[in-house]
Design a protein around this ligand. Structure first.
Ligand SMILES: [Zn+2]
Length: 385
């Protein structure tokens, strides 16, 4: 895909910087949201809208027309029926999906939220009838909307093996994406299987973080047989603990609150310094109380905000977060400060993403059978020993 340079005017670039007045308005909005009864007494029919949320969401799937929506259509059609009861064809859903501009305006600029788009490829498991959400597309979104998207996550299908490894290198080195996101239930793989160790080794040497899905997924939800998806086996965080142990320089972000494995995810987060978490994909009202307690106390530096397009409405997410009554300073840490500390992604659009270390002189360990060496060799990568 051709990636044109897009000039963003300074006014738009500074859109996400709050003035002092806006800061005050923001504080009032949050206060109002935490006191719904007072609002009702004043005759308001609805809770106030959040307009200045000031956050970075690290989990956003661009279900946009014409690219993003298509790659996940095999489960979006039944999911749509399951959630809304409406029978819509793939073509119908695509036709009603937002354009890039609509998605950016309605979900990000309106709320002062920055985000990191996520690519998607599970074609070896579910065919490529509608294509993939390509790494080029999410990179292009970053070029086109730099005030909103500081970087993006690559998506590769691990079963493509050496092609996947080469694509990871291309996405990181040439497209400049931050790391790679995996959805093990849709992609059908267990992360600590030795088959995938060359991939973790490459990512560790590239100095890139990975996002690994934790717990339940709506993918396949609803129909008899769940479209053949096993949401609990592949996404059990238990497997991720091994990856964190064997690749201590690989930063792993566990996606979602990990239901029904909440306690296991908390334990891994406590034990592994290179395991972090993001909290998209589940409404805050359903958050496990133990997790909220850890977010407020011992693990307060390890959690990042995520909202997850297109399934969850921003207004409602913030409204429910406010009701969790985080301790002082936790809101800022959760919404954007931890994201800057952990991933180097700032909510300040004028700051560039810092360079990730050790992109040069890659040296990979020999995690594979010697006879498979040629198979796994990626152009430009030297293997050790
Ligand atoms: Zn996801």
């Amino acid at each position: 895909m051709h990636l044109p340079q897009v000039d963003i005017p300074e006014e738009v670039r500074s859109l996400l910087q709050l003035t002092e007045e806006e800061e005050k308005a923001h504080a009032q909005e949050l206060k109002a949201l935490s006191e719904p009864d007072r609002w009702r007494k004043q005759g308001a029919r609805k809770y106030p809208k959040v307009t200045l949320a000031r956050a970075v969401s690290v989990h956003e799937h661009p279900m946009t027309r014409p690219y993003g929506a298509r790659s996940q259509m095999w489960f979006r059609v039944p999911l749509e029926k399951y959630v809304t009861g409406r029978d819509r064809t793939a073509e119908d859903i695509i036709a009603h999906d937002a354009t890039d501009d609509e998605w950016v305006e309605s979900r990000f600029r309106r709320y002062n939220v920055r985000g990191t788009p996520i690519a998607w490829d599970d074609t070896t498991q579910h065919g490529g009838e509608f294509g993939v959400t390509s790494n080029d597309y999410v990179a292009w979104l970053c070029h086109k909307y730099p005030d909103v998207f500081p970087t993006a996550w690559a998506g590769v299908d691990p079963h493509k093996e050496k092609v996947a490894l080469a694509e990871i290198e291309r996405a990181i080195k040439q497209l400049g994406l931050i790391g790679v996101k995996f959805q093990q239930a849709a992609q059908r793989f267990v992360p600590n299987d030795r088959q995938w160790y060359p991939m973790w080794d490459l990512l560790q040497e590239l100095g890139c973080p990975v996002q690994l899905h934790c717990g339940y997924t709506g993918v396949g939800g609803g129909p008899a047989g769940g479209l053949g998806v096993n949401p609990l086996h592949f996404t059990n965080p238990y497997w991720i603990d091994f990856v964190c142990a064997d690749f201590p320089r690989l930063n792993v972000v566990g996606c979602h609150p990990a239901w029904p494995f909440e306690d296991m995810a908390l334990a891994i987060c406590m034990h592994k310094g290179n395991f972090y978490r993001e909290i998209s994909g589940r409404m805050p009202r359903y958050f496990d109380p133990n997790m909220v307690h850890e977010m407020n106390t011992r693990q307060q530096n390890k959690y990042m905000f995520g909202a997850e397009s297109p399934s969850f409405q921003m207004d409602e997410i913030f409204r429910q977060h406010v009701k969790l009554n985080y301790r002082p300073n936790i809101w800022e840490k959760l919404m954007y400060k931890n994201t800057e500390a952990i991933l180097g992604i700032s909510r300040d659009a004028s700051k560039d993403r810092p360079e990730w270390p050790s992109r040069k002189n890659l040296k990979l360990k020999r995690w594979f059978n010697p006879e498979e060496e040629a198979y796994w060799r990626v152009e430009g990568v030297q293997f050790e020993g």
